[in-house]
Design a protein around this ligand. Sequence first.
Ligand SMILES: Nc1ncnc2c1ncn2[C@@H]1O[C@H](COP(=O)(O)OP(=O)(O)OP(=O)(O)O)[C@@H](O)[C@H]1O
Ligand SMILES: [Mg+2]
Length: 533
Amino acid sequence: MTRRLRSPAARFSLFAIPAVILPAVILAILGYHSLRQWQQSADTLFRAQTRDLAIMTAEKLTMVLRAAEDESLARLQDVLAGPHPTQEAVRAFIAATPLIQGLALFDAHGKPLYAPIGRGVESRFFPAFVRELPPDRWTRPAARHLAVEDHVIILAPIPKGLGGEPLLAALSVDRQALRRELLEKTLAPLEGPAIPVVVDAQGHAVYARAPVEGAAPIVTVPLGGALPSWQLALYHPPDALPGRAVRRQVILFSAVFGVLLVVIVAGLGATYRLVRRETEMAELKADFVANVSHDLKTPLALIRMFGETLELGRVPNSATRQEYYGVITRESERLSRLLDNVLDFSRIERGRRTYRLVPTSVSPIIHEALESFAYVLGQQQFTVKVVVAPDLPEVPLDAEAVRQALANLVDNAIKYSTDRRVLQVEGVVRDGQLAVSVADEGIGIPPEEQGRIFEKFYRIGRSDTQAKRGSGIGLALVRHIAEAHGGRVSVDSQVGRGSRFTLWFPLGTDAAAGTEPSSGTARGVTRGADSHH
Ligand SMILES: Nc1ncnc2c1ncn2[C@@H]1O[C@H](COP(=O)(O)OP(=O)(O)OP(=O)(O)O)[C@@H](O)[C@H]1O
Ligand SMILES: [Mg+2]
């Protein structure tokens, strides 16, 4: 039992899907995942770096602020420890210290020494100041910071105040000076695209290096003790965000992958076509071998049968004997025609077929070709019409090859005729060419098949064709022969009405130029013919 092979398409998809499509899909998924991971880690790294930068910047700000504070407090100490620590001296201190805009002094019991000077230390804030004072206010020399409304207050103990008594100073920080002298000087030269923004306890931006409307901060860190509840936020200009770069990569990756996919699909398509063509060719070749073998077998069997009968002397009369001899001759002729076809075809395939073009009259060739079919034509009661113009010029021909081509055309005309058995052979000069046509009134050829019948091994897959034996190389040979003569073969056919095949041969150089054909031209031209695939 033989199992029919799967169609090439099915086999191909069986191979293509796991071998090509699947890896492509896996690659796409992996690529997408790694891009996503890359995007995530780039994002994490970016945030971590930004946070580090923010923390460092905040520390730096605090340091600068403390240094300025310490310097101011040291001068205040000097003023208060001086010989005349008057209100005027304190005013002079405030005037000389841009960072401080107001000052109030308290004695060891929390009592204000005199009315507050400057802004930000109004007496209504005093309870808040005192509440903030730790019990060990005098022994701890470090300053404390306090946010009251939108003021930043420094609460600093002055160990040796008036007359050596400890004092407590509440200094109000000037926001404008803070921004100008400290924030701007520290933050403006910050490197990188990050935009630092300092936000006060109420959430108002005190300083921003660049406008950041609508954007969300990447990180926000507290500014620490020196500016209580203040924060440093870092923003990023949108086109410097790593997400952008990653998105660009994703687009690039997708584009490249898309192109790759198109190439793969195109490659698959091409491979599929190739596989299909090869499979078809393999099938055609297999059919060819079967057909040729069968075509060889039938005449051989006949020859043998009639030969044996004759040999045994069992034939009653000489007329029958004569008929048997006739059968043997005809079948041998059929055999040699078939073998000629196959041998020539194989020569063509190997590029070995050569043609000897000699100026020849076509009329005898036509008659010779018909001669070998005389018996069959008679037996099948064909009406044969031969019209050959009497004044046909001699044209460069390979007589044997042209006879073979005509024999193939006549063979087809006989094979593919059914009830209307008419064979018409014509030789004329038309359109400056010698046209030899073989016409029948047989089954005809559908238009879509008319191009393919000249391909090697091709036979029309209709039941009425398949019923006739044939190897499918006849018309391939005809075309090759016509082209080797510098001519061509044309077909004109209608299904059910009949077919006309015409061989067109150029008349030779002089004739083509419109003068009488000269027998001298093209004498002995031998053309090597290319094989057709
Ligand atoms: N005169 C015709 N009328 C109808 N169909 C034809 C005719 N001549 C050729 N064909 C179709 O073209 C096909 C190819 O013809 P071709 O002569 O190459 O092969 P074949 O006759 O099948 O085999 P072989 O090699 O023995 O000639 C045929 O199988 C047939 O289907
Ligand atoms: Mg044929």
